[in-house]
Design a protein around this ligand. Sequence first.
Ligand SMILES: Nc1ncnc2c1ncn2[C@@H]1O[C@H](COP(=O)(O)OP(=O)(O)O)[C@@H](O)[C@H]1O
Ligand SMILES: [Mg+2]
Length: 251
Amino acid sequence: MGKTVIEFQNVTKQYKLYKNDKQRFLSIFSKKVPYKEKKAADHLNFKIQKGESVALFGKNGAGKSTVLKMITGVTYPTSGTIKVEGRVSALLELTSGFDPELTGRENIYLKGQLSGLKDPEIKELEPTIVEFAELGEYIDQPIRTYSSGMKARLGFAVNVNIRPEILIVDEALSVGDRAFRDKCLKKVNSIVEKDNVTLLFVTHATETARKFCKRGIVMKKGRIIYDADIDSAIEMYEEGTSPKKSAQEES
Ligand SMILES: Nc1ncnc2c1ncn2[C@@H]1O[C@H](COP(=O)(O)OP(=O)(O)O)[C@@H](O)[C@H]1O
Ligand SMILES: [Mg+2]
C-alpha cells in the first residue's frame, strides 16, 4: 500500500450567509449581525494514497469545489484537520499567481518558482510549456494583453507540465475550445499513467471519470455518501441524478 498523501479528518466548512453585503460588512465590527450558517462540507473523512486516481461526484452545491479549495489552501476548514503531502497542481484557479505586467514566458518562471522549482528545472520545462500553450508570439507579450482564454491556456500549460505530484482537476474548467480541452485531458491522462501522480478529478462526465479513475467518491449536501470503486460509485451517482425511470422503461 502506498503512503497517504491527502487526509481529511472530521473536516467541516461552514459559511456564514448574510442578508446582503452591507450586513456582511457590518459583521466585521459587530457580532450581533444576524446570519445563517451553511455547511458546505460536513464532517468529511477520507484518505487518498499516492498514485490513486479518485473521481469526486455530486450535484451542484454538493461541496466538491469546497473540498478542492481546502486541499489547495484557497480556503480553510472551520474545524477538523487536513494533511496534504507533495507538490499540488490545481487546474482550478488557473491564473492565480500570474503577474499581468510580466510576459507569458516570465510568468512561467514566476509560477514555477512559486511551485518550488529551481530556475534550471524551469528552463528545461520552458519549451514544452510554451509549445503546449499555443500562444505563438504572444508568449513574449505582457499577459494583461491576453484574452481570458489565452491566460487559461498558459495557466493550464504551466500547471500540468511542472511535474505535479498531486493533480487536482475541476473539469468545469473553461480552457478555450474543444480541441484544447481534449488535449488537456489527454495530457492529464498521460501524466497519471506515467508519473504515478495522485489525481483528484471533479466531473459530471462519468465516462471520462471511468477512463481516468479507479475510485469514486459521491458527495451530497456537504457529506460523503459513497466511497468505493469507480463503477459502483458511478452507479450510485447516476441513481441519484437521473430522472426516475418509468416502469415501462425499466422492463
Ligand atoms: N464563498 C461562499 N460563501 C457562501 N457559501 C458558499 C461559498 N462557496 C460555496 N458556498 C456554498 O457551499 C455549498 C457547496 O458549494 P461548492 O463547494 O461550490 O459545491 P459544488 O462544487 O459541488 O457545486 C453551496 O451551497 C454553495 O452555495
Ligand atoms: Mg464546483
